[in-house]
Design a protein around this ligand. Structure first.
Ligand code: ZN
Length: 179
């Protein structure tokens, strides 16, 4: 899938988690949305770190970074950095849950394409895929990206307090009136 599809998927799972957890504020919603976005695109770090001219490097595309093993390594990284650097008022459980769901959304969506995703490496090198459509095609945008964007908008509107939406629209009206 394309980067924009993965970003929207990461944001959508984060928004669903924030909405379902009930006790949320702007202060904790924004960092969790950011965590979802990062988790949603992180497996494609192999496109940045890898060398597409070499076939058998550790960072070959859809290699180690697209596995459950890499997810576990990242979770240990979050635990380490959370204690060292992050002081937001967000529970570690929330951070890890949103990150893991966003990461898994990436692996799941990539499995729609023609190239397999080696979920279970190093247990098996076998790549799993559903052969539904190619990356960046009209099918991806029409069947996945746009419907998911609609769900994201509904979820965000659902967890933003109604009085804040009113204040925002009212302010825009106010600004337009005086410009
Ligand atoms: Zn990917």
């Amino acid at each position: 899938m394309t980067r924009i599809t993965h970003i929207i998927a990461g944001l959508t799972v984060a928004a669903a988690y924030i909405g379902s957890s009930g006790n949320h504020t702007y202060f904790n919603a924004a960092p969790l949305l950011l965590t979802g976005m990062v988790g949603g695109v992180l497996p494609d770090i192999d496109l940045v770190l890898g060398d597409s001219r070499k076939k058998n490097t550790i960072w070959k595309h859809r290699g180690i970074a697209h596995t459950l093993l890499f997810l576990v390594i990242c979770i240990f990284g979050i635990i380490y950095f959370k204690e060292k650097f992050i002081h937001y008022n967000i529970s570690l459980k929330s951070e890890i849950t949103v990150f893991a769901l966003a990461f898994l959304s990436h692996l799941f969506l990539d499995s729609f394409n023609m190239i397999g995703v080696p979920f279970l490496y190093p247990i098996t090198k076998k790549g799993f895929c559903l052969h539904l459509f190619r990356v960046g095609t009209i099918q991806e945008y029409g069947l996945v990206t746009l419907p998911m964007l609609a769900v994201l908008i509904i979820l965000v509107l659902n967890f933003v307090p109604k009085e804040d939406i009113y204040a925002l629209t009212h302010n825009q009206y106010f600004i337009r009136k005086f410009l």
